[in-house]
Design a protein around this ligand. Structure first.
Ligand SMILES: [Cu+2]
Length: 182
């Protein structure tokens, strides 16, 4: 490493250290989410919702992963981990990025993309998932299970009533005959 490179690296390290401590305290204050890179080849959680200006931190809990940006909103310039798809990082490595542009960011771990090691960061105003998790169910679709439930309950009731009727008929209908007929 020549002097020029050393100075650049040292300068970069200082800048990174400054950025990390700055984003670290910001993350501590705003509760910026953390994503773990697990040995089971998943990002945990795989999907995070944040508001603009939130710093997301990725923490390597196993070896040989990276973050390569697959798609992002126009105007955003997230680049993922330094070195691109061929550069991997090991346990203990941490990487942070502050998201500003609204929209959906999709990223992958390059060597484990095929294994499903993919993740999404969604930046919206609320920083929360869309309300009502199952809000995509159409009203007419809901009608079917409710009706099915009703039919099911009615059937069980009908069976129960006929069983009880048979029980009482056997117990109180026949036994007086059997014991009373001396
Ligand atoms: Cu990976």
């Amino acid at each position: 490493m020549n002097r020029r490179e050393f100075l650049r690296t040292a300068g970069g390290a200082t800048a990174v250290a400054g950025a990390v401590s700055a984003s670290g305290s910001a993350a501590a204050q705003s509760g910026g989410p953390e994503v773990a890179l697990l040995g089971s080849l998943v990002f945990d959680p795989a999907e995070v919702y944040v508001s603009p200006g939130t710093t997301v931190t990725w923490v390597w809990e196993s070896d040989g992963h990276n973050i390569v940006v697959d798609s992002q909103p126009e105007g955003a310039n997230w680049e993922g981990t330094e070195g691109g798809a061929s550069q991997l990082y090991d346990t203990g490595y941490e990487y942070s990025h502050t998201f500003e542009e609204l929209g959906e960011y999709e990223y992958v771990c390059a060597p484990h993309r095929q294994a499903g090691m993919v993740g999404t960061v969604v930046v919206n105003e609320s920083g929360a998932p869309p309300s009502g998790g199952g809000g995509e169910v159409e009203p007419e679709e809901m009608g079917v299970p409710i009706q099915a439930h009703f039919v099911g309950i009615a059937t069980i009731l009908a069976i129960a009533v006929s069983l009880m009727f048979t029980f009482f008929l056997l117990k109180y209908g026949e036994s007086p005959h059997a014991s009373g007929g001396n």
